[in-house]
Design a protein around this ligand. Structure first.
Ligand code: GDP
Ligand code: MG
Length: 441
């Protein structure tokens, strides 16, 4: 990532467009972020391809570095995809409007039925909740509790009537809605732990019998990767018009949202964020995009990395570089210490143009070794530190003895130093180090 960004950033000056290497480098980071958010692999692939296409030929922004700019494109695109067709509930010309809920057991359908009923009531509707989950013993009662809390009527088969037929209950509820002047009917259905054909057939039969304006697929945001298979099965089976994501109060990054949206092409209409009836809202694509990408984190880390660069050191380094003075072994040590101080944040240096190569130098030395490197440099005379070219064979063995390392280690340090020096020189003449005042052009 970093090497390419470095060279690419220089190219940007002449081209004024995002280069392919920029885009590829950042696309890799985005890919990891999406997979960590549990977006399904095929969806990630499609999405990245789309991003690359869109990013190619984008003008270079003055305010953002190339990596940040690609991240921004990704964010914009995510919002567009997630919200492309956001729409409100469709109401029937002749009431009642039928809304049917489908989804696996435990997805949150019954809870959602209560939330939706309450929400519709507050919008001035007169919904009727219908209990068509006759599979689980307590399902009807659970819906009745929801109805009570939402202040909404519930239609359910008479208890003790033997096993009810959900299709008949659904049909009868529409007649009841007309009679009692409910303008919306919300049908809660049964789910199974896995997709099974009997459950799917029942949903299909209820749909045929009631011809809903909206079939809403309710899916638990915590299911992650599995959301794709479930969504596909419901799409092929009962079919649906919109999606409701539940349990967004959990710690899932919400990749299911993107997967389901991409795989089914159906809009996400509502979000459920808790067990209480008020924990419910229209779906907000921008919030979800931020959550999937964890953009906040990415951007905060970049800022942190920039801040952690010790102001004094950077200013000193900037002066040196600006005056064309040589980059010495002491500077090399300072830089390594600075980068180490950033800890894991230092890994994000790849996001900062120009710092990739430096990071690589430090990566070759792990934390434990850094102390040895410091010891080696401190065993050198001031003359050797400022002009390492004079460090010949006999000086090397003296330094090795003094710092308790092998001559080989001294050699490799000196070699790495010369590489870093070369790099610093080219940076001083080129683009400067981000966060170093006076060096950026
Ligand atoms: P159903 O089987 O699809 O009808 O699912 P339920 O509505 O019975 O919900 C299953 C469980 O998930 C219940 O314990 C609910 O309280 C809980 N639940 C539903 N929606 C949410 C939500 O948005 N957040 C949280 N934390 N829990 C929820
Ligand atoms: Mg239920």
């Amino acid at each position: 990532l970093s090497d390419r960004l470095t060279s690419v950033f220089t190219n940007l000056r002449s081209k004024g467009r995002l280069s392919e290497a920029d885009i590829n480098a950042t696309a890799r980071e985005i890919r990891v972020a999406l997979l960590e958010a549990d977006v399904a692999l095929p969806v990630v692939k499609d999405f990245i391809a789309r991003i690359k296409e869109r990013a190619q030929g984008s003008e270079v922004s003055q305010a953002l570095n190339p990596a940040q700019q690609v991240v921004k494109i990704v964010n914009d695109e995510l919002i567009e995809i997630l919200g492309g067709e956001t729409r409100r509930v469709r109401f029937a010309k002749t009431p009642p409007t039928v809304i049917m809920l489908a989804g696996l057991q435990g997805a949150g359908k019954t809870t959602l039925a209560g939330k939706l009923a309450r929400w519709l009531r507050e919008e001035g509707h007169t919904p009727l909740l219908v209990a068509c989950d006759l599979q689980r013993p307590n399902a009807v009662q659970q819906l009745q509790v929801m109805g009570e809390r939402a202040g909404v009527a519930v239609y359910a088969p008479e208890p003790g009537n033997g096993v009810g037929d959900p299709v008949r209950v659904a049909q009868a509820s529409i007649a009841e809605a007309k009679r009692a002047q409910h303008d919306v009917v919300i049908i809660d259905t049964a789910g199974r732990l896995g997709i099974d054909s009997e459950m799917m057939q029942q949903a299909i039969d209820i749909r045929r019998a009631t011809e809903p304006e909206e079939v809403l697929f309710v899916v638990d945001a915590m299911v992650g990767q599995d959301a794709v298979n479930t969504a596909q099965a419901f799409m092929d089976g009962v079919g649906f018009d919109g999606v409701v994501l539940t349990k967004l109060d959990g710690d899932a990054r919400g990749g299911a949202a993107l997967s389901v949206r991409q795989i089914t092409g159906r809009p996400i209409m509502f979000a459920s964020t808790g067990e209480k009836l008020e924990d419910f809202d229209l779906f907000h694509p921008d919030r979800m995009a931020g959550r999937i990408l964890d953009m906040g984190d990415i951007l905060t880390l970049i800022e942190q990395a920039q801040r952690t660069f010790d102001e004094e050191q950077t200013a000193r380094m900037a002066d040196k570089l600006a005056s064309g003075e040589d980059f010495t072994l002491e500077d090399f040590l300072d830089q390594m210490m600075m980068i180490r101080k950033m800890g894991p944040i230092g890994n994000l240096l790849g996001m900062l143009p120009g710092m990739g190569q430096m990071r690589q130098q430090v990566n070759q030395i792990d934390d434990r070794d850094l102390d040895r490197v410091a010891a080696i440099i401190r065993s050198m005379t001031p003359g050797e530190r400022s002009d390492p070219k004079i460090i010949n064979g006999s000086r090397r063995s003296r330094i090795a003895k003094g710092s308790g390392v092998t001559v080989g280690e001294v050699n490799s340090l000196v070699t790495r130093f010369f590489q870093a020096q070369k790099m610093m020189k080219s940076m001083a003449g080129g683009m400067g180090i981000p966060g170093m005042p006076g060096t950026r052009r």
